[in-house]
Design a protein around this ligand. Sequence first.
Ligand SMILES: CC(C)(COP(=O)(O)OP(=O)(O)OC[C@H]1O[C@@H](n2cnc3c(N)ncnc32)[C@H](O)[C@@H]1OP(=O)(O)O)[C@@H](O)C(=O)NCCC(=O)NCCS
Length: 194
Amino acid sequence: MIEVITKNDLDNIAECWADSLPFNIHTIVGKKIIKAYLNYFFENEFNIGYKITTNAQIDGFVLYGNEKIINQKIMKKHFFEILISFFRNLFLFNFKKIFQYFDVFLFLIFTKNYEYLKKDIELISICVLKNKQNKGLGTKLIQNSFAKSNFVSKYKKIYVQTLLSTPNNINFYKKNGFRQEKIIYGRIYLSKTL
Ligand SMILES: CC(C)(COP(=O)(O)OP(=O)(O)OC[C@H]1O[C@@H](n2cnc3c(N)ncnc32)[C@H](O)[C@@H]1OP(=O)(O)O)[C@@H](O)C(=O)NCCC(=O)NCCS
């Protein structure tokens, strides 16, 4: 079943996020940051998310809207938490995780004045639980949420950004009608005309 997500789903969505994206910067910093991120997501009435469930259990979710505003709030309000978690990982010699901090930080600086996404909508995030991946759930999430959403008539294009180092994701988006537009700082931007 595919339904709109609400604040009541916050804990389950954070679980799904951490499970499917273990090396995402928010997962590394901790579930508290994921929940803060989701709270900021709900603050913007134009943002909308959908969940896919079996027997009331969330198997996956997709978020649409504007991520830049959320990231700005995270950096402003949670900078010290991020810094502490950075030093904790440095102390533990978690080099893969430390690389993630630098990568995200430099990316945010590098794309600070980037106007690219301003007038269109973004597929901010899509996740399916690890043990449910590659069974068509991600595709169902995209197709059904597009069919249900009014952003399809409000915007001309939808964008998504993913790491160049994740060819499976790129393949997933291409199979769902996205086309490559640009490559910026290790990220590939794909778009789909609505
Ligand atoms: C990307 C993701 C949402 C796709 O959902 P899904 O339910 O696994 O995808 P579907 O079954 O609908 O589609 C399968 C296609 O997606 C691609 N794919 C992406 N991630 C995959 C994964 N971890 N395992 C298998 N296939 C994956 C494959 O190329 C596959 O195409 P193929 O059938 O030609 O091999 C899901 O794999 C996921 O949650 N990944 C981790 C989180 C993530 O990276 N999200 C995207 C951030 S930009």
